[in-house]
Design a protein around this ligand. Structure first.
Ligand code: SF4
Ligand code: FES
Length: 216
């Protein structure tokens, strides 16, 4: 599905419905702008561009973006890359990152995304809310690992490699927080489960081979 554009006088709101899973930040943050009962559901002239931009930057999936006439409002990526595990839900990534296939095909370059970790999304590697349909039960409370700390990279975009029939291979500066906001990983390289079967979530433990995970 193509990204939709809602043009206003001073800000254009961009919306990718396939990546929208989370009925909170926009509708609650600026109900005069984001109203699912209205047609169109986005009214980009119904609030100050600065206020709209602030709400859009809170959209955790990257379904919402914007282009503002005032360049000082342009979105800046978070200075560090953080991945937060949602209880019974996806991995929320924020920062500066690119998602690629093993053969270097770029799937996304963005500042925010929700990544599937239950194995059931029909829009892999992104979340489409299928974790509800499959009753994904992981609470996301993994404890900090003894060997989690590795040498930190200084800068650069995080690379998220969607390995074929296997985990997400993350390369670059990354902090992982569990669902209770504890830091469980700080480092520059890790492999995260996206099949839903790992016994050491969020990390891959090779279970994708045991279950014959073949999404691609
Ligand atoms: S904040 Fe983003 S993910 Fe949540 S409902 Fe709005 S557009 Fe969808
Ligand atoms: S991707 Fe789930 S265990 Fe490897």
């Amino acid at each position: 599905m193509k990204q939709q554009e809602y043009k206003g006088k001073a800000i254009t709101v961009l919306y990718d419905a396939r990546r929208c899973i989370h009925a909170k930040e926009c509708v609650h943050g600026a109900p005069e702008v984001f109203n699912p009962a209205a047609k169109p559901w986005v009214g980009p002239d119904n609030a100050e561009p600065k206020a709209i931009a602030a709400v859009i930057k809170r959209c955790p999936t990257g379904a919402l973006h914007y282009q503002a006439a005032d360049s000082s409002l342009a979105e800046r990526a978070d200075p560090s890359n953080t991945l937060t595990i949602a209880s019974r839900g996806p991995l929320y990534l924020r920062g500066s990152f690119v998602v690629v296939t093993e053969d270097e095909k770029e799937l996304l370059s963005d500042t925010r995304a929700a990544l599937c970790r239950c194995g059931a999304s029909k829009n892999k590697p992104f979340c489409d809310n299928s974790h509800f349909a499959v009753a994904f039960a992981d609470p996301g409370t993994a404890a900090p690992g003894v060997d989690a700390r590795k040498e930190m990279a200084t800068s650069g975009k995080l690379r998220v490699v969607r390995t074929a029939n296997g985990p997400l291979h993350l390369q670059g500066q990354l902090t992982i927080r569990n669902a209770t906001d504890q830091v469980i990983f700080e480092g520059t390289e890790t492999w995260l489960c996206r099949c839903g079967a790992s016994g050491s979530k969020p990390f891959c433990d090779g279970s994708h081979q045991r279950i014959g995970f073949q999404p691609e």
